[in-house]
Write a protein that binds this ligand. Structure first.
Ligand code: FAD
Ligand code: MLT
Ligand code: ZN
Length: 465
C-alpha cells in the first residue's frame, strides 16, 4: 500500500471530521481519507486514483470557508489530507525564504522562522490549523494584505503533483526569473482543482522591532473610511486596518466574556497596527489626534494589551459560528462605495426576512465579511435566492464576489459576476489541459458546463470595436 494501512481511514467515525467543513454547512462523503507523508506518496495516491478514475479532494487544515475542502455527497471521491506533509527546511536567511511542507500550519511556519528574526507576512485567526498549502491554494488574505499583499505574493515557488502524477517543482526562489509562465502564481488560488501542492517556498519578512496597535471609535462607517484614507497619508508602516461594529463587538463580548477598552459602546471601530524599526507610538498618536471624527481611542503597545484589542476582531468568526451557522459573504467593493454598499446589503438581507446581518472586515482592502444569522432552517433554493441577491448587489457596486476565501462550492454558480466569459473559458482550458479527466476537486471553483454563460452574437470580447 502506498501510504501504510494506518494512514488510510475508511471507518465512518474516523472520516467524519474530514467530510464536514469548518462552517458545518458542507457535509460530504468520502470513499476514504488518505494521509501521505511525502511527495512520493502523494504521487502514488494520485496515480492510483487516476488509474481507477477516482476524484481527489486535497485538504489541509479544513478551515476554508467556501466549502472547497470537503467532497460532495456521492462517496466517490477520496480526501487527500496533507497534514503529514509537515517537513520544515532550514530557514534561508540570505534569501529570507524557507521551504516547508504543504501541511505545515501557519503557526508552525511562524514559529520556525521566528528565531531567525523573520516571519510570514500573511496572518489570520485560523493560524493554528490553516496550512501553508491551503493558504496558497486559496490565495489567503488576512490582516496584513494592506501592506504585504495576499499569499500569492509570499510564494516564491512551489512543488505540486499534477493530476497524472507528474511532479512540477520550481523551488529555486530566485526573485528575478523571467522564464515563461508563472505556474506557481497560477496554482495559488486554484483551490485544489489543478494540482496537489506538496511543498511551498515562502518569502519571509523581518519581525518588526516595534508594533503598536490602536482601537479607534467612529460615529459611522463612512467617516471611518475617510479617516482611514487620511491616516494612510499621515502614518508610515501601517500593517493592518480592520473594522468591526457595535453589534459584532457585543456578540464577541457576550459570547466570550472579553472586555472592550471603552466604558460605552460606539457605532463603529477601526483597529490599526503600525510596525517600525523605531517606536511608532508617538507618530501614530499624533496622526490619530489630527483626525476630526474619532470618538475615542485606546492604544496598546505591550503584546498582552495588543492581543486584547485583536481578540475583539479575531473572535468574530468563532462567535458567529456559535450562534450560526451563518451564511458567509466574503466580498470586496471599491472603498469609495463601501459604506453605501454595506447599508444596502444589510437592508436587503434583513428586510422582512427576520435575519440578522453582521459585518466586519479588512477595511484597508475594501473587504467586507457579511455574516447572516437566522438561515439555519432555510432550504438550499431559498439560500440560493439570497446569495443571488447579495452577489448581484456586489457586482452592481463594481465589487468581487470573493475577496479572499475563494469560490469553493459556495460561489461557483456566480463566478460570471466577477469573471468575463473569456476569462472563464481560459480557466476551463487550463483545467482541461492539466486535469483532462476532471478528477481534482470536481464541483469546486469552476461552474458546471451548463452554467457557463455563452457569448451572444456581436459581443465577442476578443474583437476590438
Ligand atoms: P482547507 O480548508 O483544507 O482547503 C481550502 C481549499 O484549498 C480547498 O479547496 C482545498 O481543496 C484546497 N487545498 C488545501 N490544501 C491543498 C493543497 N496542499 N493542495 C491543493 N489544494 C489544497 N481566510 C483568509 O483569507 N483570511 C482570513 O482572515 C481568514 N480568517 C479565518 C479565520 C477563521 C477563524 C477561520 C476558521 C478561517 C479563516 N480564513 C481566512 C479561511 C481559511 O483559514 C483560509 O482559507 C485558509 O487558507 C485555508 O487553509 P486550510 O489549510 O485550512 O485549507
Ligand atoms: C476574517 O477576516 O476574520 C475571516 O476571513 C473569517 C471570516 O470571514 O469569518
Ligand atoms: Zn477575512
Amino acid at each position: 500500500m502506498v501510504v501504510g494501512e494506518e494512514h488510510v481511514l475508511t471507518d465512518a467515525d474516523l472520516r467524519a471530521g474530514f467530510e464536514t467543513d469548518w462552517t458545518g454547512q458542507y457535509r460530504g462523503r468520502a470513499r476514504l481519507v488518505v494521509r501521505p507523508a511525502s511527495t512520493a506518496e502523494v504521487v502514488g495516491v494520485v496515480r492510483a486514483c487516476q488509474g481507477a478514475g477516482v476524484p481527489v479532494v486535497p485538504q489541509g487544515g479544513n478551515t476554508g470557508l467556501a466549502g472547497g475542502s470537503v467532497p460532495d455527497g456521492t462517496g466517490t471521491a477520496i480526501v487527500l489530507s496533507t497534514t503529514r506533509l509537515d517537513a520544515l527546511d532550514p530557514v534561508d536567511t540570505a534569501a529570507r525564504q524557507v521551504t516547508v511542507g504543504a501541511g505545515v500550519t501557519l503557526a508552525a511556519a511562524q514559529a520556525h522562522a521566528g528565531p531567525a528574526g523573520l516571519r510570514v507576512a500573511v496572518d489570520l485567526a485560523a493560524r493554528g490549523s490553516a496550512t501553508v498549502g491551503g493558504m496558497a491554494a486559496t490565495n489567503a488574505g488576512g490582516m496584513h494584505v494592506l501592506r504585504h499583499g495576499t499569499m500569492r505574493r509570499q510564494v516564491a515557488g512551489l512543488e505540486a503533483v499534477l493530476a497524472d502524477g507528474s511532479v512540477l517543482a520550481h523551488l529555486g526562489g530566485l526573485d528575478k526569473d523571467n522564464t515563461g509562465y508563472d505556474l506557481s502564481g497560477l496554482l495559488c488560488g486554484s483551490e485544489g482543482t489543478l494540482a496537489v501542492l506538496t511543498r511551498v517556498r515562502l518569502r519571509l519578512i523581518p519581525v518588526p522591532a516595534h508594533l503598536v496597535t490602536a482601537l479607534l471609535a467612529w460615529p459611522d462607517l463612512g467617516t471611518m473610511v475617510e479617516g482611514l484614507n487620511d491616516l494612510r497619508t499621515r502614518v508610515d508602516g501601517l500593517e493592518a486596518a480592520e473594522y468591526i461594529v457595535r453589534r459584532g463587538v457585543d456578540l464577541v463580548t457576550s459570547t466570550f466574556g472579553v472586555t472592550p477598552p471603552f466604558a460605552a459602546g460606539h457605532p463603529a471601530y477601526l483597529i490599526v497596527e503600525v510596525a517600525g524599526g523605531t517606536d511608532p507610538t508617538d507618530a501614530l498618536a499624533d496622526a490619530i489626534a489630527a483626525l476630526p471624527d474619532v470618538l475615542d481611542v485606546a492604544v496598546a503597545t505591550g503584546s498582552g494589551q495588543r492581543q486584547a484589542l485583536w481578540q475583539l476582531r479575531e473572535l468574530h468568526t468563532e462567535a458567529l459560528a456559535r450562534h450560526g451557522p451563518p451564511r458567509k459573504y466574503d466580498v470586496t467593493v471599491p472603498l469609495a462605495t463601501l459604506a453605501a454598499f454595506v447599508a444596502e446589503a444589510v437592508a436587503l438581507v434583513e428586510d422582512d426576512r427576520g435575519l440578522t446581518c453582521h459585518h466586519f472586515g479588512h477595511l484597508g482592502d475594501g473587504n467586507v465579511h457579511l455574516n447572516v444569522l437566522g438561515v439555519d432552517a432555510w432550504s438550499p433554493e431559498r439560500l440560493a435566492r439570497l446569495d443571488d441577491a447579495v452577489f448581484t448587489l456586489v457586482a452592481s457596486h463594481g465589487g468581487s464576489i470573493s475577496a479572499e476565501h475563494g469560490i469553493g462550492r459556495l460561489k461557483r454558480r456566480w463566478l460570471h459576476l466577477s469573471r468575463s466569459p473569456v476569462e472563464i473559458a481560459a480557466m476551463m482550458a487550463v483545467k482541461r489541459a492539466l486535469d483532462p479527466l476532471g478528477l481534482l476537486s470536481p464541483g469546486v471553483l469552476l461552474p458546471a458546463p451548463d452554467q457557463v454563460p455563452m457569448w451572444s452574437a456581436g459581443t465577442d470580447p476578443i474583437l476590438p470595436d
